[in-house]
Design a protein around this ligand. Sequence first.
Ligand SMILES: *Cc1c(COP(=O)(O)O)cnc(C)c1O
Length: 408
Amino acid sequence: MKAACMICNTTYGMDTSPMRYTCNCGGLLQLVQDFSGIDAELLKRQFHERRAERHTLMASGVWRYKELIAPELPDPFIVTRNEGNTGLYETELVRSFTGVRRLWLKAQSENPSGSFKDNGMTAAVSHGRSLGYQKFACTSTGNTSSSLAMYAATAGLASVVLVPDRDVALNKVLQTLAYGAQVRTFTGTYDDGIRWLDKYAEAEGLYVCNSINPFRIEGQKSIVYELAQDMNWMLPDWIVLPGGALSNASALGKGLHDLYTLGFIDKLPRIAVIQAEGASPFHRMVESGADTLTPETNPSTIASALNIGNPPSWRKALGVLQLTNGVTAAVSDNEIMLAKQQLDRSGIGAEPASAAAVAGLRKLVNEGIIHPDETAACIITGHLLKDSDALRMYLDLPECIQHVQLQS
Ligand SMILES: *Cc1c(COP(=O)(O)O)cnc(C)c1O
């Protein structure tokens, strides 16, 4: 397996440890796939047949697409929880809230650890295992650590996670601890944790599973593969998703590029990346036409999964906007909470970061950037139960619960 630098195009082999995440020039690496033997029509049939699998590797909504993700990775190293395979829903409540003609919600919240991070994490942990690593690490505002801890536990491996000491959802930390990870907390932000790992991971023998890990991105491509397969290879006009570290935007774009160049789809949807106002360096960069990202030193938003001031994957995400004629938007915490209530009431439910996508779609329709006659899919990134503090914010306890006298 080979990876190439996003900036200077230098290539590196990925089959030996220590694992390399960045180029000597500092650029992030991206897997280079050899798709020369791919027959799209044959693979479409196979992808369809594999949906009937229940007990093999192909029962996974990531590994079903192994030919497009990590064809050379030997199966025995793969750690899977049958991730992916998430629902695609239409709900009138949320559609009318956003104002588009048709809206689909791809509920990545239905993954085994409750967020889309599982799609990428299964690929990263499996690759690290193939290199012989025993200890896996990440820094995270929560969902990445829950996901990593779950896969490490599944494979009987050790995991170490660095969690900022503020603005994280307690449920995610508890979930991570419950799976048996070693949790280290620190004063600082996600961005400080990334810098620490960059310096010390190799000395500690840690395989880093943050989104700078190019295998995470390859695994996360499966989200758009599955969306396309669910929609019979005809995607909507827009795909809208929240942006924090911008791994999901990068992966979605890379996956779309695969599908388009291989002939699985004949039209590229446009991508809209939605950030929270208090943590929107990427949106500000795009809006101002700047060509480098100016980090935000004190990011702050209720959507803890988006609380990232220096998104490592901004260059990849910018390429995705160029590829798909994409746009960005920023939404306030109030707009996020309003959208969250619609999602929750629709029965699908989501944590605040996911609701940012719905809030952003509504905003882009109101601003005339997305036309009401167009169609869209929102990626619902994390589960409602991930953040009970956010639920307490709008549910007025105990007043909203009716106390009754039970008659015998
Ligand atoms: C990680 C995460 C995001 C942000 O995704 P990036 O790839 O970091 O941009 C959004 N929502 C949820 C629930 C997340 O866990």
